[in-house]
Design a protein around this ligand. Structure first.
Ligand SMILES: C[S@@+](CC[C@H](N)C(=O)[O-])C[C@H]1O[C@@H](n2cnc3c(N)ncnc32)[C@H](O)[C@@H]1O
Length: 200
């Protein structure tokens, strides 16, 4: 990670009064609790603040206002806290690791969010591959949480949600982006060096 990203991550933690800056491997944390998900997971790292905002800048304001933001692999909650500064209907996070879930829960409860626009934040401890996703329009955020097989299962669960609406996918470090090709009617809206934005 470049020094500038590390510095802005530390500044985020300082300004919001939280701890999100860390690099951790799930299998080192709690192999039994995460089970099979650990074999498919990458590692925990918080999203670079500027990249998150730049990806979200491709989503029109009207789409944000009618959507639930979903962080697939919420980690310590940085992306959820950043999303709460936008006018989403709800911010929803799914995290499989019990200890990261606990840290995120504490971070969400105690954060000083400078310009909060969404107050409805929900965090669940679950496996994103088989989780229930909120109905309606979604902005789905993925910061390279897992391998192709887990991504395929997760995309199928999202597509199969009740009362599905428009789905935006913001995929940072999209190493398994070929999996998106399997989604019907997918439009690539933007491609940056660090991530892609797509819509169905
Ligand atoms: C690179 S971190 C991203 C953290 C957060 N989204 C952010 O941007 O700050 C990926 C996260 O995905 C979680 N994860 C991996 N596999 C998962 C699964 N099957 N279900 C839910 N979370 C998972 C990891 O525990 C980790 O916290």
């Amino acid at each position: 990670m470049p020094n500038s990203e590390r510095a802005s991550g530390r500044r985020f933690d300082h300004d919001y009064g939280v701890t999100t800056h860390a690099v951790l491997f799930l299998t080192d944390l709690e192999p039994e609790a995460v089970g099979d998900a650990g074999a498919h997971a990458t590692h925990y790292e918080a999203v670079p603040v500027a990249d998150f905002r730049a990806l979200l800048a491709h989503v029109p304001h009207e789409a944000i206002e009618r959507s639930t933001f979903v962080d697939v692999g919420a980690g310590m909650g940085r992306a959820m806290l950043l999303a709460s500064t936008y006018a989403f209907r709800q911010v929803y996070g799914i995290e499989v690791s019990p200890s990261l879930y606990e840290v995120a829960k504490e971070n969400l409860a105690q954060a000083r969010v400078p310009t909060r626009r969404c107050n409805d934040l929900r965090l669940v401890r679950d496996d994103a591959r088989i989780a229930q996703y909120p109905p309606g329009d979604l902005v789905v955020f993925l910061f390279n949480p897992f391998d192709a097989e887990a991504l395929r299962a997760t995309l199928a669960s999202i597509a199969g949600r009740r009362h599905a609406g428009e789905t935006w996918i913001l995929y940072h470090t999209p190493v398994e982006r070929a999996e998106l090709d399997g989604i019907a009617n997918l439009t690539i809206v933007a491609e940056e060096t660090y991530g892609i934005v797509a819509r169905t």
